[in-house]
Write a protein that binds this ligand. Sequence first.
Ligand SMILES: Cc1cc2nc3c(=O)[nH]c(=O)nc-3n(C[C@H](O)[C@H](O)[C@H](O)COP(=O)(O)OP(=O)(O)OC[C@H]3O[C@@H](n4cnc5c(N)ncnc54)[C@H](O)[C@@H]3O)c2cc1C
Length: 369
Amino acid sequence: MVDRATFPRDKACSEYMSPEGARHLSALGVLEAVEEQGGRQILGTTVHAPRGSSLTGLFARAGHAAFRASGLSVSRRLLDGALVEAAQRAGATILEGVTAIGVVRDGAAVGGLVVRDRDGAVRELRAPITVGADGLRSVVAREIGSRRPARLRRYAFVAHLSGVAGLGQTAELHVSARGYIGINPLGGGLANVALVVPHTEVEPSKGRAEPFFFERLGRFSGIGERLRSAIIEREVMVTGPFDAWSRRVTAPGALLLGDAADFFDPFTGEGICAAFRGAELAEPLIRAALERPGTGALAEYARRRRAAFLGKWVIERAIGYAMLAPGFFDRSVARLERRGLAHTLIGVTGDFVPPRAVLNPVFLSQVVF
Ligand SMILES: Cc1cc2nc3c(=O)[nH]c(=O)nc-3n(C[C@H](O)[C@H](O)[C@H](O)COP(=O)(O)OP(=O)(O)OC[C@H]3O[C@@H](n4cnc5c(N)ncnc54)[C@H](O)[C@@H]3O)c2cc1C
């Protein structure tokens, strides 16, 4: 494994996972360690719509058996560090501080990576299969994925704060006509606070991310009050624009995982689970491709991804566009709450309730009418 970062490191993320995330961590043997070191269990999500309505979706009431009744909030410093250690224990060699700058071409196939070492030296790392799990600005995706920007191009400003008043046992999302914020209790008195705005609004933040962050948070109803005694414990990290997807997720000798393949809007908190799920789908195909080179075993990956993610792509896009229509969003949130449907939706975005529980005429008509 090659990563340009040196672990442990921070990452701009809302640091929220559904029970399905906990399942993946358990399967990888890191759940217990992560929880012991500071992960905090959360019970679901509360959404506050622009004109005052709200819903709370609880994992335990989603109507399908989840891995457990709680999700997990955990800093990426802790989580990613634990994953790196688990990979090492499993036998992986990890080259930290090494940056992929391109792929090695063997004719039409990918034959490994071109990397730049810490000392600036450039070399080739050859491999029978190259997995591009290098995130939103993936070098591997740029070379093989036919990368496309999506239409909702957003930026995020993310900090860890202490002293945020009124934290509960659910993650919070507060939506306005011009973006949204996520507040996620991390335990130990800390909260992850993320502000997400359209790319058209970021100009005034240049060189003054922190004042911009607090000024924009203060525009959300009731938030300024709750942040009155808040203290920044980790600087504001800025990331964006963060909407892009790859038309192709495989090439001969290579495959894309996680954000390198496609990006889920942070609103639904699905990216980490989707990355793990993609790895679950890819693993048997990579094994087959290694055992039977030249048989095109990786090509099946795109179809399996489509089967696994199509419903979630539709729901995530629909929520993203609904947020652009504040009146509609507000009424939909009110109906979901009043009709007891919020739990199902949180279960679907949390990956343990099938999308068809939401993508059916009965459910949709109850949201719209
Ligand atoms: C503001 C924000 C909030 C989010 N909140 C949530 C949330 O609450 N819950 C959730 O599930 N998802 C959330 N997401 C999405 C989530 O962060 C991603 O979907 C998830 O991290 C994807 O994992 P990944 O392994 O594909 O990429 P990453 O986690 O980005 O990992 C990519 C790795 O590749 C390395 N890398 C990148 N380029 C190179 C290179 N050229 N050479 C070598 N190494 C390289 C990086 O150092 C990094 O370690 C959020 C995203 C954003 C932007």
